[in-house]
Design a binder for this molecule. Sequence first.
Ligand code: ATP
Length: 226
Amino acid sequence: MRSILRAEALSRVFGSGAGEVHALNGVDLAVASGELLVVRGPSGSGKTTLLNLLGGLDRPTSGSVWLGEAEVTAMREREVLATRQRRIGYVFQSFGLVPVLSAAENVEVPLRLRRVAPAERAERVRAALEAVGLGEHAEQRPYELSGGQQQRVGIARALVAEPEVLIADEPTGQLDSATAAVVMDLIRDVVHARGVAAVVSTHDPILMERADRVVELHDGRLAAGG
Ligand SMILES: Nc1ncnc2c1ncn2[C@@H]1O[C@H](COP(=O)(O)OP(=O)(O)OP(=O)(O)O)[C@@H](O)[C@H]1O
């Protein structure tokens, strides 16, 4: 399998002097297109730090992140921003939906950022909401939807621009376990169907069952076997 997303010797230190925190220590990782990788580990082990670095939301203290042939960590900020908009989708624990926008308008945001023409935007938003089973809920605002429905809107938004990589930090952390299982099934199915490389962090064993591969972080290091 071709690995589209790679991390080499990735380290991240927060703070300095006596207050220094080594959040991540020399992590090597590769994720293939169509692969669902789950990152597990205790609270504070570095999961969010790793996902933020892989998604170009933060820069490492040392080491590199590669997206295909492009070294994201060598890019200027403008180029990182463009890469995030064109090539990476994000799903957040707290959904991150804009409350005054309808489900459809929320999903439309990444297409607006990419200056997709209005007619094409409408069609792609419709298809994305259909794909997550929310075709009938396009005009509803987030507060009119259940937590599971809101996260399905979040998934539709993350995937509407057809990214190569999906980064999801505790995507089911605010959902009950039955809803979490449905949302994780959806993530797994779209990742496999569309050939997206996905990195998902979780504490939840139900979600780990859906992974193609699980790696474990301890004190900022990948445990043996990862
Ligand atoms: N911006 C920051 N400034 C200082 N320390 C930080 C910062 N972000 C994270 N840390 C520290 O880095 C370590 C790893 O944090 P991180 O959030 O990556 O862990 P996590 O595995 O995602 O935890 P959780 O499961 O609780 O979300 C922790 O010790 C944390 O306190």
